[in-house]
Design a binder for this molecule. Structure first.
Ligand SMILES: CC(C)(COP(=O)(O)OP(=O)(O)OC[C@H]1O[C@@H](n2cnc3c(N)ncnc32)[C@H](O)[C@@H]1OP(=O)(O)O)[C@@H](O)C(=O)NCCC(=O)NCCS
Length: 230
């Protein structure tokens, strides 16, 4: 396996800090521009921002996964060209640099193969809210092999250590068994059901299942895992 380093460990977004005097315990205001870290490596996956040149691989992976994605992902298509995919990865990169949306590739740890995509999306308010919604798809040829679970665990670890997130949420079609199971397996708490909330890609009305995990819950689960191992 090729040794990799995180390209950017630091961000200019100050972590929450206990202030002195009357302000003790309050978080510092997020007045600085956030510079997102670019990649995160675990034993099982590499998460990284898309880069120019990634379009061809994304194109192949999404076209071959069309039937697998179609019931759940409104963006799935069987007609996207390589050039359109390349423009898409460049747009993903641009939004990453502007800190307006964070769409990333899920890759094998050696960075040799794209196995899916995921993201931290600012759908719960601006970045100052310190909350993001997670999204994910896994390539059809490697689905149901544990990659989704590994990628979601990696997103929680990265998100709660190198990003400002205090809350990470997950929303899916209430009929998407794989998605709901994966959220539960990774420790997200069900927060309820939005009835007749939206439409699925076929245009039928669907319920949306909501899950979320808070930073303190994730930290507590890490502590209890360590205690159980000791
Ligand atoms: C949802 C998705 C990301 C899960 O990734 P994955 O790599 O297939 O998931 P894993 O292999 O880690 O499995 C996670 C759990 O889901 C279960 N699961 C996976 N696919 C399933 C399916 N088609 N039906 C029912 N359960 C399923 C697994 O059995 C496992 O649970 P277990 O450990 O209790 O057996 C993937 O199926 C996918 O890309 N689906 C299409 C896009 C999508 O729905 N994205 C989520 C939108 S919110």
């Amino acid at each position: 396996m090729r040794a990799r380093k995180e390209r950017c460990h630091r961000s200019t977004l100050a972590p929450p800090q206990a202030e002195c005097g009357a302000n003790r315990g309050r978080e510092a205001p997020l007045t600085q521009i956030f510079i997102a870290p670019d990649e995160h490596l675990t034993e099982k996956v590499l998460l990284r921002s898309y880069q120019p040149g990634d379009g061809l691989e994304l194109n192949i992976a999404t076209l071959e996964s069309y039937e697998h994605l179609r019931p759940w992902m409104p963006w799935a298509t069987e007609t996207q060209t390589e050039m359109e995919s390349e423009l898409l990865v460049r747009a993903f990169r641009a939004r990453w640099l502007q800190a307006t949306d964070f769409v990333m590739a899920i890759r094998t740890p050696d960075d040799e193969r794209l196995i899916g995509g995921c993201g931290f999306h600012l759908r719960e308010g601006p970045i100052e809210q310190r909350a993001a919604e997670l999204g994910m798809w896994i390539r059809a040829s490697v689905a149901r092999s544990g990659h989704g679970t590994s990628a979601l665990e990696a997103m929680l670890e990265w998100g709660f250590t190198h990003w400002p997130w205090q809350r990470l949420s997950w929303r899916c079609d209430a009929e998407n068994a794989a998605s709901m199971r994966m959220a539960e397996k990774c420790g997200l708490t069900p927060e309820g059901l939005l009835r007749n909330h939206t439409r699925n890609p076929s245009g039928e009305v669907r319920d949306t299942a909501c899950f979320a995990i808070l930073k303190e819950e994730w930290l507590a689960s890490k502590k209890s895992l360590t205690r159980n191992r000791d």
